[in-house]
Write a protein that binds this ligand. Structure first.
Ligand code: ADE
Length: 265
């Protein structure tokens, strides 16, 4: 049930850029009635501006279901150059995120809300993200997502913050920002009240371990292709049976690995 949505005050907390293009880390206390608070620690807060300011994610913030707070790790650098990365000990290419700024940033952010939060590092070394993980994370009161750049994080960040690692797939992105955004998108749509229609997340692909059944809308005939007769029949039991069958067939054909995964459970 959607609970008292209109009475919640607008609490979108994407921190505004200051005049230098950076982000101020102002103290931002969580409101107790938000379902989830998401903190994003990043070197590129601006990457999140557009995806967080439209559609379901915007509405969820406007209606106070979620609170998203961006914090710029670079604000926690201690030198005049705002340095956050350095060469790897032992040699090798690229730069590694230094522990100091990430630690100070994470400790600052943790204090902004009484919930300790689940700390997640976005990295290709992490556990592979999937719908089951999205469902698991959607039960949390607070997520703290840390997006790194360069060649990765100093190992002491993972150990010291007791962070879990998540990857969104077996490929390497330039940084964790897009991965964090993927996770936020998949998790928030599962929160009660986030979608217009309460049932829409339930029928998503993967929710039952299968791909979604085929969908049709108007017109009834499009370029000679007709909507399957059964969907026009009004027989809800038969439609449900047909959809189940279609979902199973499509999964067998396009993603047989999902069926194997289900058998393993
Ligand atoms: N950072 C770089 N590549 C990534 C990936 N595949 N998943 C999560 N974070 C990443």
């Amino acid at each position: 049930m959607r609970k008292n949505r209109k009475s919640r005050k607008n609490r979108a907390h994407i921190q505004p850029p200051n005049l230098l293009g950076g982000y101020k880390h102002v103290i931002m206390q969580t409101n107790s009635d938000v379902i989830m608070r998401i903190d994003i620690l990043t070197l590129f807060p601006q990457v999140f501006e557009s995806p967080l300011s439209c559609s379901i994610l915007k509405r969820a913030q406007d209606e106070g279901l979620i609170e998203i707070v961006l914090t710029d790790i670079r604000d926690f650098a201690t030198d005049n150059y705002r340095k956050v990365d350095d060469k790897p000990y032992g040699g090798g290419p690229g730069m590694v995120m230094m522990p100091g700024p990430v630690f100070d940033c994470a400790e600052h952010v943790r204090k902004l809300s009484p919930d300790k939060g689940r700390v997640i590092l976005l990295t290709p070394q992490g556990q592979k993200f999937n719908q089951a993980k999205a469902i698991e994370l959607s039960a949390e009161k607070r997520l703290i997502l840390i997006a790194g750049k360069y060649e990765g994080f100093d190992e002491r960040i993972r150990i010291g913050l007791d962070a879990e690692q998540i990857s969104i797939g077996d490929y390497v992105l330039n940084g964790g920002e897009l991965a964090a955004m993927v996770i936020i998108d998949a998790v928030v749509r599962l929160l009660p009240g986030a979608l217009g229609d309460e049932d829409s997340a339930k029928d998503d692909s993967f929710s039952a371990g299968l791909l979604e059944y085929p969908q049709y809308t108007r017109p009834e005939v499009f370029r000679g292709m007709k909507v399957p007769e059964i969907l026009l029949s009004g027989d809800h039991a038969k439609i449900a049976e047909w959809r189940k069958q279609q979902a199973l067939e499509r999964t067998k054909k396009w993603r047989p690995d999902l069926l194997k995964d289900n058998n393993k459970k």
